[in-house]
Design a protein around this ligand. Structure first.
Ligand code: SIN
Length: 296
């Protein structure tokens, strides 16, 4: 068993928020999904206070070794989530992490306070890093702004708070340190790197939202460097993600200091990716042991 902020997980493999629809998968595969659930904890798609349609299409663009998304956080809103999605996600056989995003501290506070009332929720992830919302501002790009957001919600919950960092920051480790000082219990990273594609038929942007977030193998080296740097800068557990597609790559993130890893874009290409990676991870543990012996 592995401890993540006092919550026991059977292993280190999570999903990146919004990259695996467990409710749709349950509809498609029935209880077989629960019997062979691919993740050791499940992270919900980010919810906002009000329902959102998300960005206009097109929402995706494939790059060499990557994917740019401009989804724009479509969701049922807090009340819709609590009423309709949470009871279904609570049936999953693993701890539940609910991802929330507020456009102001007041919104974030309402989200954290209401989600926190629910026993089904194990941990809360603060998404301060989505690049696809109208304001264009990413709260988590600024250490002081991130600290203010964490301070605003810390007194409202006893559940562990994970802060999801953006790679679109000058120094993610500085943001992580401020999140730690403000009361965060864990750090997850990376969210997507801001990117753009032009419409091949003209000169305007392809994506309906104009710009989007790049993920997949194209970002893995950046993610690994940032996880390595953040893990050395804070005492909190780190959840590392960014382009992980194999167990060897997952082991790299663990060796770089992550307590857990998350599978994102690879689950779109191969919905069985998390199971494959978890099954193969054992082969790499000797390397992790050697690394820990050397650095310990
Ligand atoms: C989105 O829905 O736009 C992606 C979510 C995120 O990047 O945080």
């Amino acid at each position: 068993m592995l401890d993540l902020c006092g919550v026991e997980l059977a292993g280190p493999v999570l999903n990146g928020s919004g990259t695996f629809d467990a409710i749709a998968a349950r509809r498609a595969f029935g209880d077989a999904l629960l019997e062979r659930f691919p993740f050791d904890a499940f992270v919900s798609k980010t919810i906002t206070l009000a329902p959102r349609e998300g960005n206009p299409p097109p929402r995706l663009w494939e790059t060499p070794a990557g994917l740019i998304n401009s989804i724009g956080l479509p969701n049922k809103g807090l009340e819709g989530f609590l009423r309709s999605d949470l009871p279904q996600l609570a049936q999953l056989p693993v701890p539940l992490i609910v991802s929330v995003m507020g456009f102001s501290h007041k919104e974030l506070a309402s989200l954290v306070a209401r989600v926190s009332e629910r026993d089904e929720v194990g941990l809360i992830e603060l998404n301060v890093s989505c690049p696809n919302v109208e304001s264009g501002l990413i709260m988590g790009a600024d250490p002081a702004e991130t600290a203010r957001a964490v301070e605003a919600v810390r007194p409202l919950t006893t559940k562990p708070l994970i802060v999801k960092l953006t790679p679109n920051a000058t120094e993610p480790a500085a943001v992580a340190r401020c999140a730690q000082e403000a009361g965060a219990d864990a750090i997850s990273l990376i969210n997507t790197l801001k990117g753009m594609a032009l419409d091949p038929r003209g000169s305007g942007p392809w994506l309906g939202g104009g710009t989007g977030g790049l993920s997949g193998p194209a970002v893995r080296a950046v993610a690994l460097a940032q996880v390595h740097s953040v893990a050395r800068s804070v005492e909190l557990p780190v959840i590392g993600m960014g382009g992980i597609a194999t167990a060897a790559q997952a082991a790299d993130f663990l060796a770089a200091g992550a307590r857990c890893i998350a599978i994102g874009t690879e689950s779109f290409r191969d919905p069985g990716a998390a199971r494959r990676i978890a099954a193969d991870l054992g082969e790499h543990f000797h390397r992790l042991d050697m690394h820990r012996t050397r650095s310990g």
